[in-house]
Design a protein around this ligand. Sequence first.
Ligand code: TYM
Length: 334
Amino acid sequence: MQRVFSGIQPSGIPTLGNYLGAIRNWVGLQSDHECIWCVVDLHAITVFQDPKALRQQTLEMAATLLACGVDPQNHILFAQSSVRSHVQLAWIFNCVARIGWLNRMTQFKDKAGKDRENASAGLYVYPNLMAADIHAYHATRVPVGDDQRQHLELANDIAKKFNFDYGVEFFPQIEPLILGPAARVMSLRDGTKKMSKSDPSEQSRINMNDDGDAIALKIRRAKTDPEPLPDAVAGLEGRPEARNLVGIYAALAETDHASVLQDFGGKGFGTFKEALAELMVEKLAPINNETRRWLDDEGSIVRILQAGAERAAAIADPIVAEAERLVGFIGLQR
Ligand code: TYM
């Protein structure tokens, strides 16, 4: 059975983009993979997080994942900072990855923006930690949204260079799993920008804890163009907002763009948005209720994360100890 690893940052409330681009696909993989799911709090602090809020957001993220169907019994759910091996391997990867490789990372450029000099050093080496997350488990499949594609290519380059430098075949290549019609959910205000937890505009995203009224309002206000929906996928060309809403509908209905257009082609956005809001509420309301149920029992979330960390460390620690031995560390402190 192939081992799967994926992570999500507790840097805010998870969005519909996180759900459709990642979490829902995670759950689907659990039937025939050995899965390791990680709330990546070390990654979150590459941008300052209020300590109290970070703790709460970590618990809320775990609660959302559990509510979406992540199975902590047959698979592993834990917080990244609880397993030290991630940081230890990340340091080695900081020394394997080249500055030129990191300079090409588009996400750093997006996140650091114009004030690059003032970004944290952690934000710059963020992809090396992400590579360490995956390689510490010798995971071979990584389900993510489309925005993480470049980071996974870098993780493969790091594995290749480590193997070459030390003359070993130690870290395997990983296969990105970028699945479904909503691998890149866009902002509701601008169809060319990714939907993101950290977008200052609340109206740009659906939060996983939005209630039915908030969802209906945000969808009604979502930016569109004046034309009716096209009959075929080719007609979505040059219409990013229309493509985005059709993709979201397709993902929620577990179908594809073409069959959504079969039903709604020729109809105006008024009708389509109403159907979309209704479908979204139907799919998200049970998750929202289940998340709240988990949050009423914080103790059991903490116990799940504790047990998950122990099981994760049992896999990662020997792999990272071997990487350290290959590098030439004397390794007496473990
Ligand atoms: P993060 O927390 O930004 O997002 C978590 C997952 O959600 C996906 N995603 C989206 N998918 C579609 N449309 C969107 N608008 C959208 N926004 C987010 C992301 O692609 C991701 O799969 N660096 C990662 C976390 C990470 C990780 C890892 C992932 C750390 N270590 C190791 C995989 C393997 C991140 O910031 O995800």
